[in-house]
Design a protein around this ligand. Structure first.
Ligand code: ATP
Ligand code: MG
Length: 328
């Protein structure tokens, strides 16, 4: 049996990047034989950036409801909330002693933010969150971490931390592996196709899952395109390639098929079609979401069941670790 673990931060409105790069794949992969799935709301990670308390709470339930909406099934997957399992915070503190400042200083987000606004003023939480992330997966002996490309660096760090701990204390943690989807592991921003789409970026750069249809159509219409007005997939066409990936996911047609379909047609038609197709599908999902989200007592009971299943493994791992360290 292989174990899959992955999470999403309630740090903004979920985007097409989160849907295509993570949630949709999680839902599909649940049907593979021989896998146990654990998906969680990474709310402890969200607070590395200032959050409004009411918003954070609301978004936590939103994520659970979106997971259910896109087909993550609580009977097949353990769905839980990170902050409700204290073992995550506990393991983070312990693992802090198996990672160096040098390693953490190389993590992209901290490096980028430090380069932009100086290192001294950055919060320790932002510096340290990759260790919490390592704990998130090491607690569960995860084999596979289905993530977008942006997270590969963190999974690699988790492996190093696990390896170092194992070398010192004997076999304790399994070394996790990041699994990427071929095309959707990096959905790009609509106004800068060289940057990944992110929920914490500016509003016109992403499509959020709860966006209204007019806005979706408008955003695609305004999306940045490449030079030479032809619909082709390739490194020299990052904007169009990104739109092709999105359209392919929403139509279940291959990229080749779409390129043939749009031969001789211009960007205008192409972007109009994507906007309409995505708007249709999201409107359908939004209706489903509204029903699921409305039943908060069901959401609470799913969380509580998930937390209790996840806690068993997490607490067991923390006790093994404490024992090895002589922590009574
Ligand atoms: P933030 O900007 O706050 O970091 P985010 O949009 O990057 O938000 P996360 O919660 O950090 O979202 O990531 C949740 C999951 O979604 C991760 O597995 C991540 O790799 C994946 N993901 C995020 N953005 C994209 C994207 N543009 N393309 C593919 N996958 C993505
Ligand atoms: Mg992110």
């Amino acid at each position: 049996m292989k174990r899959v673990v992955s999470g999403i931060k309630p740090s903004g409105d979920l985007t097409l990047g989160n849907y295509l790069g993570a949630m949709k794949r999680w839902a599909e992969n649940q049907h593979k034989e021989g896998y146990e799935n654990f998906f969680f709301v990474a709310n402890l990670h969200a607070i590395t950036v200032k959050q409004d308390a009411d918003q954070l709470k609301k978004r936590t339930y939103d994520i659970i409801a979106w997971l259910l909406t896109v087909g993550v099934d609580p009977n097949r997957s353990v769905i839980f909330v990170q902050s409700m399992i204290p073992a995550h915070s506990e393991i983070c503190w312990i693992l802090n002693n198996y990672v160096t400042m040098g390693e953490l200083g190389k993590m992209t987000q901290f490096k980028d933010k430090s380069a932009k606004s100086g290192r001294e003023g950055q919060l320790a939480g932002l510096y340290d969150y990759p260790v919490l992330m390592a704990g998130d997966v090491l607690l569960y002996d995860a084999d596979e971490i289905p993530v977008g490309i942006d997270q590969v660096q963190h999974v690699e760090l988790s492996r190093s931390i696990a390896q170092r701990f194992n070398n010192t204390h004997g076999e304790t943690f399994k070394l996790p592996k990041a699994t990427l989807s071929e095309k959707t592991s990096k959905i790009m921003s609509l106004n800068d196709p060289l940057k990944k789409m992110s929920k914490s970026d500016t509003e016109d750069s992403y499509i959020s899952l709860d966006e209204n249809p007019e806005k979706i159509i408008r955003k695609f219409k305004r999306a940045v395109t490449d030079s030479e007005n032809s619909i082709r997939y390739g490194e020299d066409k990052p904007a169009i390639s990104n739109l092709l990936v999105i359209l392919s996911e929403f139509t279940e047609k291959s990229i080749d098929e779409l390129v043939r379909e749009y031969e001789g047609k211009g960007y205008g038609q192409f972007k109009k079609d994507i906007g309409e197709i995505v708007a249709d599908k999201l409107t359908y999902l939004q209706q489903k979401f509204a029903e699921v989200r409305n039943d908060e007592s069901r959401l609470k009971s799913i969380i509580s069941q998930g937390n209790s299943n996840a806690s068993i493994l997490a607490n067991e791992k923390v006790s093994i670790v404490k024992d090895k360290l002589g922590l009574i």
